[in-house]
Design a protein around this ligand. Sequence first.
Ligand SMILES: Nc1ncnc2c1ncn2[C@@H]1O[C@H](COP(=O)(O)OP(=O)(O)OP(=O)(O)O)[C@@H](O)[C@H]1O
Length: 326
Amino acid sequence: MIKVEQVYKTYINKHRNFLFFSETRQTEAVCGVDLYVNPGEIVGLLGMNGAGKTTLIKMMSTLLSPTSGTITIDGMDVVKDALKVKSIVNMIAGGERMLYFRLTGRQNLEYFGNLYGLRGSLLKDRINYLLSKVGLEKAADTPVERYSKGMKQRLQIARGLINDPKYLFLDEPTLGLDVSVAKRLREFVQELVHREGKGIVLTSHYLEEIEELCDRVYIANNGRIIMHDTPKNLVFNITHGNVLNIVVPEINDKLNNNLRTLIELHNANIEISSNEEGILISIKSKKDITTEVVQTIYNSNVNLISLYIEKPKLEDAILQLENGVA
Ligand SMILES: Nc1ncnc2c1ncn2[C@@H]1O[C@H](COP(=O)(O)OP(=O)(O)OP(=O)(O)O)[C@@H](O)[C@H]1O
């Protein structure tokens, strides 16, 4: 398990003004974060730019040390036991970083495998396995500079799996990929988690990706975790449920009174407007009251022209949260 407990990270940068004067600037990038990741689950890390996501991932993957607090992975401290931790974690970043373009795909994997102390037939077998897993066997001996974006990203994935890590950090893994390549990558990530039991931390600006893949999501803002739950609960708690839209030809006094009673009873919100079909009644409620509303309309002798339910997505929830938080 990855366990982050009361972690703080302050960047201290010295700026030199002219020759003799220097000024120290501090940035509190991460402030008192607690989080955990179990093997066999995908945990999303969301937040606006500068929220501290990359800093957190760098600390969990031993690239940076926390200023205070502790991070342990399977009981090992990321600072004191950094070497042991390194052998069970890896990171896959989107874009075209971390690859040597003049080398072939295979040579890249040999280089990174060597960094993890892999040698000989063990390394050779692992490389062949990963190349076939990401569908790059035929391009294995082609220089990376001739790879397409999707091929480079698949090689990134093979590179990130070279040490068969138990925990993987995926930082914007589908950045700039075609829809179909991104879909295959998401399927592969699910396979890694559900078949191989890896624990994954995912950051992505594609909220649909987070919603589809993650078991739990942490939302960061200004270095702090401001919310943590399953995507479904987050959407529900932030947006306060589905919106029931009903179109009727008229609202008579009976319907007006009955609806008001129902709305008060369920502490729901109601908005009335008109569209080309008729009068649109939009009801937002924490509880699903569709049946009660339809019954009320029926009892008020009003016809129902149409009914549809808007289910908010994680994207709607985050937008709402950003507007409230910013
Ligand atoms: N090396 C550094 N030195 C000083 N400040 C830094 C450094 N790296 C990041 N920061 C600052 O720390 C804060 C958190 O940055 P971080 O990159 O962790 O956020 P993020 O959530 O990953 O943002 P983004 O989504 O833009 O990548 C920001 O204010 C950033 O400017």
